[in-house]
Design a binder for this molecule. Sequence first.
Ligand code: TRP
Length: 363
Amino acid sequence: MNIILTGDRPTGRLHLGHYVGSLRRRVELQNSGMFDEIYIMIADAQALTDNAENPGKIRENVLEVALDNLSVGLDPEKTVLFIQSGVPALTELCFYYTNLVTVARLQRNPTVKTEIKMRGFESSIPVGFLNYPISQAADITAFDATIVPVGDDQLPMLEQCAEIVHKFNAVYGETLVMPKALLPETEAGMRLPGLDGAAKMSKSLGNCIYLSDPPEEVRTKVMSMFTDPNHLRVEDPGTVEGNAVFTYLDAFATADHFTRFLPAYENLDALKDHYRRGGLGDVKVKRFLINVLEDTLEPIRARRRYWESRLPEVIRYLEASTGTAGAKAEQTVRRVRAAMRINYFEGGSFLQEGLTRYTTKEK
Ligand code: TRP
């Protein structure tokens, strides 16, 4: 079986960084027909591990993230888009797995380490937050996922998950499926920089283009983008490396975009050459980028409008698919309970064992 599981924390609307790093690939994988089951999880319970005091924010963004996923082309006929907290089996698995992981191992997880610093949790880490890599292993294994498409920041989570699977199977017998991470293909796809040139597009840095931004906003944001600070006059030679406008073009521009919007250049290499030589102004490159981005964003907006006008249908779908996900995870929990020998009321063996012990004693 080829089974995909991946997910997003609903802490904000999804942006172009998510699109390049995961959403675009997600839809390609969905449409490849190579997978037997595809689960996309809205990780509200994980989002609460560092937003315990903000349940309203998470609730609001569950719907936003659902609409974002549908608007990039996620197909309710092919993919199970579900809400994490609606699958209680995940909590149960997580509880059993916590016995197989040490506190020191969690504290060594590089992603958790960075996040603890970012959130100022150094002196007092919520248990739930420290625990989230284990909870994520529960998410993955509950669905027997073989493939987990994620960004490189999630690799430490997949490593910990692999350790848990290995340990569980060694202690209780072959039960859990070993997952594999699937990373974004391209260099630019690994991580889209922020509008300000910062390494990452991120809501907290306020340097994002959101999938639901209207055209005027995209325009304004691109026009304000970071380029080469030494490229002051059009005649000056410019640098392409580390220039966010060109990194975005790397991620989005196609041959067809040049034919339609900038026929004076054959391709991106020709445009970069001109920029490096001097004589090519930032505004011209930015105008091209706006056209390129709009070409991607307009179909996304159109699909979003479609689903926004059918909200009752969206909610019914989320509820039904959360049920589907719950049934699948429940099967795994039954397997896990049997492996751990805590399936007392299944079959008659619990009674049998008791009877054997007590009849032996009486003799
Ligand atoms: N930690 C992931 C993120 O921040 C979200 C997530 C939760 C996830 N559970 C998962 C991703 C399981 C992949 C598999 O984006």
